[in-house]
Write a protein that binds this ligand. Structure first.
Ligand code: FMN
Length: 226
């Protein structure tokens, strides 16, 4: 006996975000240090109202990682907002303070909660992330049951004076974020350096291939959020 089947309804994505799937192979100054960056991009094409929170793990005045987060708005896809959050004013994490969260830590948690995605630029300190960045992550992960990273899209980056200086720090950071159940962007990887070839004295990004890579990377991050 022949089985009869009802044909499926016609596919429609009306009312949903529009995605363009494509594959970019971008040779960048940063990527040349480690080979080429290969990544597939499911790109959201409309970035209006997309808010990305950007954090630098360095408090140094002339920090290249802080320069990177400040330069993001200039390379962000049109319509996307980059909100830079300073982690230098956070108190040292103390579990005794969890019951009444310090104002600065609560402000950080609120900013991340409202964000479509998180961009973290980490320096490499002693083959890991900086203490100030770990402190911020510890605050964001608490109190128990209110971990801000759960399913939050996170794009990891780092700038150093050398060619692959933040690779080990970024690896540690991804390990922490994996435990915290963040939605870590696997590609592209952003090992940016040497800093003096990417930024001018005012902290503007001068390297076009790095600009293009960052624009695409922010598009990938946005496609995971919202
Ligand atoms: C305490 C400390 C530890 C460091 N450890 C490393 C390291 O393990 N690997 C590395 O490549 N650079 C290391 N550096 C150099 C920093 O990565 C470099 O100063 C970088 O520019 C810091 O980032 P920033 O410009 O955003 O402040 C270290 C610097 C400091 C202050």
């Amino acid at each position: 006996m022949l089985a009869t089947s009802v044909p499926p309804p016609p596919f429609t994505n009306a009312g949903k975000k529009r995605f363009d799937s494509c594959c970019f192979v971008i040779p960048t100054k940063a990527a040349r240090a480690i080979g080429y960056a290969h990544f597939s991009l499911p790109l959201v094409t409309n970035f209006e109202h997309m808010n990305i929170v950007a954090i630098s793990g360095s408090l140094r005045e002339k920090s290249s990682n802080t320069a990177l987060v400040h330069a993001l708005q200039s390379v962000a896809p049109e319509g996307m907002t980059i909100s830079i959050v300073d982690i230098g004013n956070l108190p040292l994490f103390n579990q005794d303070d969890e019951a009444v969260f310090p104002a600065a830590a609560q402000k950080l948690k609120d900013a991340v909660a409202a964000a479509d995605g998180l961009f973290i630029a980490t320096p490499e300190y002693n083959r890991s992330i900086s203490g100030v960045l770990k402190n911020a992550i510890d605050w964001l992960s608490r109190p128990y049951g209110k971990n801000s990273f759960v399913r939050k899209p996170v794009l990891v980056a780092g700038v150093s004076g050398g060619k692959i200086g933040t690779a080990v720090a970024q690896s540690h950071l991804r390990q922490i974020l994996l435990y915290l159940d963040a939605d870590i962007i696997g590609q592209p990887e952003l090992y940016l350096g040497p800093a003096h070839e990417i930024f001018d004295a005012e902290g503007n990004i001068t390297d076009d291939s790095t600009k293009a890579l960052l624009t695409k990377a922010l598009g990938v991050l946005a496609s995971r959020g919202g």
